[in-house]
Design a protein around this ligand. Structure first.
Ligand SMILES: [Zn+2]
Length: 167
């Protein structure tokens, strides 16, 4: 009976390297056959551990990929919100600009002394007519009010102009 198979030869046997000497020894040695089973089990467990490890790695990378995608989606959403906010702010600023440019309704008792004020008011009204298209309805209201004001002071301003010409 030859010497027992050492670990290296056992591993080689398990991995498929079946040399004649090892085969002869194993045919007659229960201890070495048991060792072969033991080493085979060990290698099988190691292989399973490696495979499950790579499975874990795949899960890890899948999680990483999903996290990256979520971050990208968040970054894509934020500019949209910023644009909506910016657009809203522009509209608000336009409205505020229009409101500040709109002449306040001034019910004046038009006398020859205040004719210049009426003219100034009309010029201001004309200047204030530049408005964004989006705010056309608001501007329309402003124009209506302007025309109402103009009709209100028309007689007096005409009178003032005539008076100016007569001088
Ligand atoms: Zn043996």
């Amino acid at each position: 009976m030859t010497a027992h198979l050492n670990d290296e030869r056992l591993a080689q046997w398990v991995l498929g390297d079946h040399d004649a000497d090892a085969a002869h020894h194993l045919a007659h040695c229960d201890a070495c056959r048991a060792s072969v089973v033991e080493v085979g089990t060990y290698i099988g467990n190691y292989r399973d551990a490696v495979l499950s490890g790579s499975d874990r790695a795949q899960i890890f990378w899948a999680k990483q990929r999903r996290a990256v995608h979520e971050r990208l989606r968040e970054r894509r959403l934020i500019p949209v919100l910023r644009w909506a906010y910016a657009a809203t702010m522009v509209l608000v600023l336009c409205a505020a600009f229009l409101v500040t440019r709109m002449p306040r309704p001034q019910r004046q008792v038009v006398t020859p002394d205040s004719a210049d004020d009426v003219l100034l008011q009309q010029i201001e009204n004309d200047v204030a007519r530049e408005y964004p298209i989006a705010l056309a309805p608001a501007a329309l209201i402003a124009e209506e009010r302007d025309s109402a004001l103009a009709t209100d002071g028309e007689t007096s301003s005409n009178h003032a102009i005539h008076k100016e010409q007569n001088r």
